[in-house]
Ligand binder design. Sequence first.
Ligand SMILES: [Zn+2]
Length: 85
Amino acid sequence: MRLPALLGGRLGGTGHQRRSGGRDMTEMGLPVDLPLPLEPPEPAEGCEVCASHDVWRTRALRAGDYSRATDHSVRIRRHDTGHGG
Ligand SMILES: [Zn+2]
């Protein structure tokens, strides 16, 4: 009686086909968006802090400094008094 040697041959190897590396990651991850500033918050009426940040935010945008502009937007939304948050 001959043993079916071929059956035992390569079953112990990699059972799964390797997935093409990396390409599937894009579907699982978040869409790659540019870090655009959020919807610009409106400064609260009568709040000097808001008004100030609004001025500086505008200047930053004109200077192309979107990082700083976003920072001012955030502070307008949630600075000390916290209105609008
Ligand atoms: Zn304010």
